[in-house]
Structures are given as structure tokens and as C-alpha cells.
Design a protein around this ligand. Structure first.
Ligand SMILES: [Zn+2]
Ligand SMILES: [Zn+2]
Length: 275
């Protein structure tokens, strides 16, 4: 048995995608089929499609996806049909050396799925899932451990970007810069990741929280998401940040104490989130 769905299929680096029928096999042991409701477009999708990042063709890209489980293979106990989920493009195997050391973000097998085919075109041509997920389609088949249950009431379109952009911005603030309440922070660039970093810095209590972008049109959104100040990126940026931070620059003391060499190597006094 199989299921035929529409998908945006990329056939070569630099070539635009075309909407084609994609034949998905029924989920095998440990796999689930997810009917997708929303997908985000990450910059990595652009980099994969234009050849900046390696990709085997033909492929269905898209790795920020939200949807509903509609079928499960043998042995799947994590989710059942009807469960709303988001996709995880780097699911840890929980068995390799890094996973055993409690560092699942370094899992040696997180991207294994991207190296194999998962579906076919109607002429039998095998198709690869971009970053293992293939979210630019009506449905996809992924390992059960590559889906994360989604609570009721969360908008799928907003939930989809939890799969990459939001976590990247949040991680920059919480794991890398380690912003604490009352520290100043500057976020450079207000794309999907930058806007996520901005909101994470607001939640962390950064003040002042300075948003910077090349486009003045981003100011209204930046302030709505928590920026206390907005600056247009130009040659006077450093001076302007110092003026807003008592001459200190946007510093995070915790970072100075935890990773002083990193800051020194950068040759900057900034320690803020810079996604
Ligand atoms: Zn991404
Ligand atoms: Zn692992």
C-alpha cells in the first residue's frame, strides 16, 4: 500500500521546485506518516536548493513542519493517529556515544535519514527527504522519534517554526549568551531567527534590549516583540549601542566569566545574542 500526495519537488541545485505527485510508502516499523498543515521556509532550505549546502536530488525540502499523525508503523508507541505534532529534523538516536553522554544535540545519527530515499515519483524515481523531513508536501513519513506532540490550542503555522528558527534564536540567548535579567542585549538582524532571539531575550529580562536591522520598517514589529530600542545598522552602530548602555556596550557578564577567551578572540566587547 502507498499514499500519493502533492509535493514541491526539487530536481537539481538552482532549479525551481515543481509540484508533483509523490508516492509515500506506508510507514514501516518505527515510522509515522504525518499529514502536514503548515511548513516554514528556513534559510537552510534556500541554501540546500541553491547548492550552498549538500543535497542529493531529487528531493522534497522543508524541515519546519506541523501536522497530524495519520498512520503509524509497527512498534510505534510514542504517538497515535490524530495526534498533532511538529517535526524534528535532528532527532537524537539515544544510543550513540554522544547521546549516551547526555549530549543528544551532537547525535552521530541525527541526519542519517537525509541520506536515504523515502518516497518515489510516479515513474519510480526515488526521492530524498531534505534534512530527513520533507515538509514541503501534503504529507511525509518520518521516524516516530522525529515528531514532537503539540499541545492543543497552538496555531500550527506558529508551531511549525518551533522546528528550527525559534529554537535557534532561543538557544542563542539562553544557551550561548546566557542572558540574565537586567543585562543588556543587542540582537543583530531581525529575520526569523533574530525575531525569535529578540523574544527569548525579552523573556530572559534583558534591559535595555536593542534590536538592529538594515531596514527601518522592522522597528514597529521589533518594539511589539519586546525591543526597548531600535537601531538601523550603519557605521555609527557601535557608538549608538554604547550610548544606550551607559558606555559599556551590550555586555553579558556571565559570558565574560564563562567564556572570556571567546570574547577576546572576537575582539569585541559585545556578549549579546548574535544569531
Ligand atoms: Zn532551519
Ligand atoms: Zn545519538
Amino acid at each position: 500500500m502507498s499514499t500519493t500526495v502533492k509535493a514541491a519537488v526539487f530536481t537539481a541545485a538552482g532549479a525551481p521546485p515543481t509540484i508533483q505527485d509523490l508516492v509515500l510508502p506506508d510507514p514501516g516499523p518505527g515510522e509515522v506518516r504525518v499529514r502536514l498543515v503548515a511548513a516554514g521556509v528556513c534559510h537552510s532550505d534556500l541554501s540546500l536548493s541553491d547548492g550552498t549546502l549538500p543535497q542529493i536530488w531529487p528531493a522534497v525540502l522543508g524541515h519546519e513542519g506541523a501536522g497530524t499523525v495519520e498512520a503509524v508503523g509497527d512498534g510505534v508507541t510514542e504517538v497515535t493517529p490524530g495526534q498533532r505534532v511538529i517535526l524534528n529534523w535532528a532527532p537524537p538516536c539515544r544510543e550513540c556515544w554522544f547521546c549516551a553522554q547526555g549530549e543528544p544535540h551532537l547525535c552521530e545519527h541525527a541526519l542519517d535519514r537525509a541520506l536515504g530515499t523515502y518516497a518515489e515519483l510516479t515513474d519510480g524515481t526515488p526521492v530524498y527527504p531534505g534534512l530527513g523531513t520533507g515538509a514541503f508536501a501534503e504529507a511525509t513519513v518520518v521516524p516516530a522519534h522525529a515528531v514532537v506532540p503539540l499541545p492543543d490550542g497552538v496555531d500550527p503555522a506558529a508551531a511549525a517554526v518551533l522546528g528550527c528558527a525559534v529554537l535557534t534564536g532561543w538557544g542563542a540567548v539562553v544557551n550561548s549568551a546566557r542572558v540574565r535579567e537586567g543585562q543588556s542585549a543587542v540582537v543583530l538582524g531581525l529575520g526569523g531567527v533574530g525575531l525569535s532571539a529578540l523574544q527569548a531575550a525579552r523573556l530572559a529580562g534583558a534591559d535595555p534590549l536593542i534590536a538592529v536591522d538594515a531596514s527601518p520598517a522592522k522597528e514597529e514589529l521589533a518594539r511589539a516583540l519586546g525591543a526597548t530600542d531600535f537601531l538601523v545598522a550603519d557605521g555609527s552602530l557601535t557608538k549608538a549601542v554604547r550610548a544606550l548602555t551607559g558606555g559599556r556596550g551590550a555586555t553579558t557578564p556571565s559570558r565574560w566569566s564563562v567564556r572570556p577567551r571567546s570574547c577576546a578572540r572576537r575582539g569585541t566587547r559585545r556578549g549579546a545574542a548574535e544569531p
